[in-house]
Write a protein that binds this ligand. Structure first.
Ligand SMILES: Cc1cc2nc3c(=O)[nH]c(=O)nc-3n(C[C@H](O)[C@H](O)[C@H](O)COP(=O)(O)O)c2cc1C
Length: 199
């Protein structure tokens, strides 16, 4: 398999820990060559609330707790970044967590931020787009937008972790969820829990 080139976005939905664990898993995965990373402006507020991280400066380093080797961060207003173009080779995009606002922008094809544009390009190029949506409860607009995005080719992969693996804390829960997401795009993770019913 050729080394993967992926795009990852964090938006302002709850669940920043899922995004952090996704970036850590990709940074550690030798099958991944490059990760283009975009954090929405509103994700910064949630990162501060949930993980105690403040500011955009060195955000990747703060999330990894290490100097990034393969993750490049782009501002969400840089619509000239490489990932805004279909000619840029990419193996897919994961938005984790994905807010209802970003879902709406993608479902309606607004392409009005780098995240929305990169997602739009991913759909038009028929590449995998994984939307890890997070809200509860859903209103009819959210449900309609999920249907629209799914009909356009996105995978709706809600932030609903499993409990049957008996995670000991929220980090373990997030890691196992991330493992499911990565298995879905062909990057099965070592240490991922696999359900084995008694024979
Ligand atoms: C602490 C906090 C938690 C939030 N949780 C959610 C959520 O789970 N789902 C959601 O759709 N929006 C949530 N929001 C609201 C979004 O951040 C807001 O709608 C924002 O405009 C989304 O912008 P973005 O999609 O550009 O990141 C939350 C906001 C805050 C401050």
């Amino acid at each position: 398999m050729q080394a993967a080139n992926l795009t990852v976005a964090l938006t302002g939905a709850s669940g920043a820990i899922f995004g952090r664990e996704l970036l850590r898993a990709l940074e550690a995965d030798e099958r991944v060559a490059r990760v283009h990373f975009v954090a929405s402006e509103n994700s910064l507020r949630v990162l501060a609330e949930e993980l105690g991280l403040s500011g955009r400066t060195n955000l990747t380093e703060k999330l990894l707790d290490a100097i990034p080797r393969k993750i490049i961060q782009h501002p969400d207003n840089d619509i000239g970044a490489a990932i805004a173009s279909g000619s840029h080779p990419s193996d897919g995009m994961i938005i984790l967590p994905c807010s209802m606002g970003t879902l709406a922008a993608i479902a309606q094809g607004l392409a009005n931020s780098l995240i929305a544009r990169a997602a739009d390009v991913t759909l038009k190029e028929r590449r995998p787009l994984i939307l890890c949506v997070r809200e509860t409860p859903f209103n009819r607009i959210h449900l309609r937008n999920m249907t629209l995005a799914a009909e356009a080719g996105a995978v709706i992969f809600p932030c609903i972790p499993a409990f049957y693996n008996q995670p000991i804390d929220s980090t373990e829960m997030a890691r196992q969820f991330v493992a499911r997401v990565l298995a879905h795009i062909g990057l099965p993770q070592p240490g991922a829990y696999v359900w084995k019913p008694e024979e």
